[in-house]
Design a protein around this ligand. Structure first.
Ligand SMILES: NC(=O)c1ccc[n+]([C@@H]2O[C@H](COP(=O)([O-])OP(=O)(O)OC[C@H]3O[C@@H](n4cnc5c(N)ncnc54)[C@H](OP(=O)(O)O)[C@@H]3O)[C@@H](O)[C@H]2O)c1
Length: 308
């Protein structure tokens, strides 16, 4: 099959490309960076260099493909995350329609239907195609963004908040604590991007009718259990994941000069995870869990942690 993979050599798209190439498919990888060309070719795929903000580029790239995997990279600079996601999803939908693509696998997230401002899944509804929406839990790879914080303070938190942790600590006097309006004993479905890649690869070669939703997870744990697994791998078994209120979180993000709408969306996303509703939805769908457990990832994490 001729398959288009967006997301360049990202957490999901690199293993996805490797799987599809091994299976014998003709794979085109979309990257915005011309310097990635050689690496993409070395994986046995064809690079398509351009931006997902360019509908014409997407349309040309999708023409003649049997299946397309779409993802929207997160942006922390866009003032309104929901608006950015809508624009990118509309670009995809228009290009897929014009290219006449019949099989589409869309990356979303497990909190998508609980965070209205962020949910763009419906923009793929009007297409004359078989569409599967992937709803993965929280990526293991988010832990990489905690490295500086763990080194400095010994507490684990969540992706974006970490970028502002120094300032937050300064402003609130909560030095050594983290951050995230989910955490502590909240139960979360964590997922390896490798397991997501496996699931996307399975989906791309199927042709189910209409629209389908597939949840993806690797291991369900409390945040503190996850912190312990990561902490043990780096000889800090006492590592904790501290839970903040929505108000504290929002205040911190605003003080850190994050655009207001973006801050609100992030707090809403994490609040949905803290509420347990995302977990409830996940359980209702009863997906089969993937094979990569957090302890496996923790070894990789420890190697990166010690190198930094
Ligand atoms: N983190 C989580 O817990 C979580 C949970 C659920 C869902 N998600 C979703 O997962 C997605 C991230 O997936 P991932 O981790 O596999 O991706 P990733 O590792 O963040 O990689 C995305 C790649 O997209 C490319 N890119 C960036 N801007 C582009 C543009 N304008 N046009 C074309 N390509 C562009 C970049 O590579 P180049 O520089 O080569 O272009 C980038 O490395 C997010 O969108 C998020 O919504 C995340």
């Amino acid at each position: 099959m001729k398959i288009i993979v967006t997301g360049s050599l990202g957490n999901i798209s690199q293993p996805l490309t490797q799987i599809l190439v091994i299976q014998g498919h003709a794979v085109t990888v979309v990257s915005s960076n011309p310097e990635k060309k050689a690496v993409i070719e070395n994986l046995g795929a064809i690079p398509a260099i351009g931006s997902i903000s360019d509908v014409n580029f997407l349309t040309q790239t999708f023409k003649g493909a049997d299946a397309v995997y779409t993802m929207i990279p997160l942006s922390f600079t866009e003032p309104d995350l929901g608006d950015y996601l809508r624009r990118m999803a509309q670009n995809y939908a228009q290009a897929l329609k014009e290219a006449g693509t019949k099989r589409i696998v869309v990356l979303s997230g497990w909190a998508a239907d609980l965070v209205k401002s962020e949910n763009v899944e419906h923009l793929f509804d009007g297409l004359d195609a078989s569409v599967t929406i992937m709803r993965p839990g929280s990526f293991y790879t988010n832990f990489y963004q905690s490295i500086d914080l763990i080194k400095g303070k010994g507490v684990i938190g969540k992706f974006l908040t970490l970028r502002y942790s120094g300032l937050w600590s300064l402003l609130t006097g909560k030095t050594g604590l983290l951050m995230g309006n989910y955490g502590g004993d909240d139960r979360i479905v964590f997922v390896s991007p490798i397991d997501i890649a496996d699931a996307v690869a399975e989906e791309l070669i199927l042709l189910p009718s209409g629209k389908n939703i597939r949840y993806v997870g690797s291991e369900e744990l409390t945040c503190n259990q996850a912190a312990k697994i990561i902490g043990t791998a780096i000889s800090k078994p006492w590592l904790k994941w501290v839970l903040l209120s929505d108000k504290e979180m929002l205040q911190g993000l605003k003080m850190a000069k994050l655009p207001e709408k973006l801050a609100e969306t992030l707090v809403e996303m994490q609040a949905a995870m803290h509420s347990g509703k995302t977990l409830e939805n996940f359980h209702k769908n009863q997906p089969k869990m993937g094979k990569v457990k957090l302890a496996d990832f923790a070894e990789e994490f420890a190697a990166v942690y010690h190198k930094k």
